[in-house]
Structures are given as structure tokens and as C-alpha cells.
Write a new protein. Structure first.
Length: 269
């Protein structure tokens, strides 16, 4: 641990770290931001080999001792900084006093799908909160991998990272250049691919047929447009989540959570 406290919010190092909020700078440096005690804690606990440096304020917050211990156990460098420096580094308006800079990774789609039984494929998902929430739900449901396909948001976007609350570091996450690439890889790995789509067959039919009990890769489309006819043709079968009340629809993250859990229940029955 460096005893010197970083105090200049306009320093070159601070500017470089704050630039990681932008995709082009993340790609240029191969680094991304992890903000907040929960996300940094999970990063250190599950993927400490990715961490370059942890920056924290010098305070008495309840999380401070645990972050220090995890970093020390993993041999990760900790730098103390003033609240002004942390604020200048952070993408959030009200940072929580701790930020980590971590190395981005590239995962092979075929490798993360090998042996998988439950997978979420996100196609052209643009909202970072939705993407992060689906990833978090996939983690909670025991999914084996999450694939960001096509023009989906970058999984290392700061808002995606925060909204996963650490789930980004719990399971394999990969990026596929297109939906076709992701679906083909899933089918080659032995998974049945199902498109979540309001024009599909009723979920109860798929449940009764036993479709959900085997290896499944769910494909979730864009929040506003859903999946095109071409997308659905790639996947092969579409399933809809029935609505029994008066609601017009469910948002993407809610529908994805239900479908992932339905599949997890079926696979464990």
C-alpha cells in the first residue's frame, strides 16, 4: 500500500482513469472501471487476477477493512485518495469512496458454451441497466454463461458493471460479433435455442413438452424492437411469456428473469 494520498483531481493519472468511462478509451487501454464497495468486493473475491489497482478514500466505512483484506490477500495494490480525486475518477455523480481499475478480458464464445446447460444471449440490448439486470438474473438462476451479441452494449460499460452488482465476475461473459455467430455456437454446443418473443408459443407448452428441462440458450432482443423475422429464423423457435392481467407487456429484464428461472426450475425438477 502506498502511504501517499492522491490529492490532485486534475492529474494525468486521474484523467486517464476517468477516461475509461468512454468505450474508445476502454478499448485503447484494455481497462475498465469498477465502482462501489459491492462490485469491488466481488471483483477482488472472484477475479482478483484482473485488478490493476484499487483506489479508496481513507475513512472508517464498514467496507474499508474487508476491501483492504481482500486486496492484501490477492496481492493487489491499494492507493489512498481524497474524496475529490475519487469523484474525478468516477462515472457516477455520487461515488461511494472506492474504485478499481481492472483489465478487460476476451472470452472465446465456443469455450464458454462448452458443457453449458443454461445460457442468456443478449442481442442488440442497448440499455445498460437492462443488460446488467439480465446478467445478474442469469447469475442468480445459475446460468453457465452470458453472451453479448451484435450491437449490444459493451459489457464493460460502467453502468452495466454497476447494475450487475458483481455478477459480471461470477460467470463467463463473452462477446459475439453477431447473433448468427452466438446461436450457431450454442447449437453446436448442444443447447436448444429459444427466442423470447411475444409472437411465439406459450411458455406453458414448452414446459409441458419438457423443452426447458434440457440445455437451453435463451435469446433476448432489443428493448424497443424485439427480434426481427430474420433473428427468429436463426433461433428456430420462439416462446412468449403469457400475461394474465391487464398489463400491456413486461420490460425486458423482468421477462428475462422469469424465463431464466423457469428454465432453472425445470432443469432441477
Amino acid at each position: 500500500m502506498n502511504d501517499e494520498i492522491l490529492s490532485n483531481p486534475k492529474s494525468e493519472r486521474v484523467r486517464r482513469i476517468s477516461s475509461l468511462a468512454r468505450k474508445k478509451d476502454r478499448q485503447a487501454h484494455g481497462r475498465f472501471l469498477v465502482e462501489g464497495p459491492q462490485s469491488v468486493r466481488e471483483l477482488l473475491a472472484y477475479r482478483a487476477e484482473l485488478v490493476e489497482t484499487v483506489y479508496t478514500t481513507l475513512g472508517t466505512e464498514p467496507w474499508q477493512r474487508e476491501i483492504d483484506r481482500l486486496a492484501s490477500d490477492a496481492g493487489v495494490r491499494i492507493e489512498r485518495a481524497t474524496p475529490e480525486v475519487i469523484a474525478a475518477m468516477a462515472e457516477t455523480v455520487h461515488p461511494q469512496g472506492v474504485i478499481a481499475v481492472a483489465r478487460m478480458w476476451e472470452a472465446d464464445v465456443a469455450e464458454v458454451l462448452a458443457g453449458a446447460r443454461l445460457v442468456a444471449i443478449l442481442h442488440e440490448i442497448r440499455d445498460p441497466g437492462n443488460a446488467g439486470t439480465v446478467l445478474r438474473a442469469a447469475d442468480a438462476a445459475g446460468a453457465d454463461a452470458v453472451i453479448f451479441a451484435g450491437a449490444s452494449i459493451d459489457p464493460f460499460h460502467p453502468k452495466v458493471v454497476r447494475s450487475t452488482t458483481g455478477s459480471l465476475f461470477h460467470l463467463p461473459v463473452a462477446v459475439a460479433e453477431s447473433l448468427e455467430t452466438a446461436v450457431d455456437a450454442a447449437q453446436r454446443a448442444g443447447l436448444v435455442t429459444l427466442a423470447a418473443d411475444v409472437r411465439g408459443a406459450d411458455l406453458l407448452e414448452a414446459r409441458a413438452e419438457g423443452t426447458l428441462a434440457g440445455p437451453v440458450a435463451w435469446v433476448f432482443g432489443n428493448e424497443a424492437r424485439g427480434l426481427t423475422e430474420e433473428d427468429r429464423a436463426l433461433v428456430g423457435r420462439s416462446i412468449k411469456l403469457p400475461i394474465y392481467g391487464a398489463a400491456e407487456s413486461l420490460n425486458l429484464a423482468t421477462a428475462a428473469s422469469v424465463l431464466l428461472y423457469e428454465t432453472a426450475f425445470a432443469q432441477r425438477a
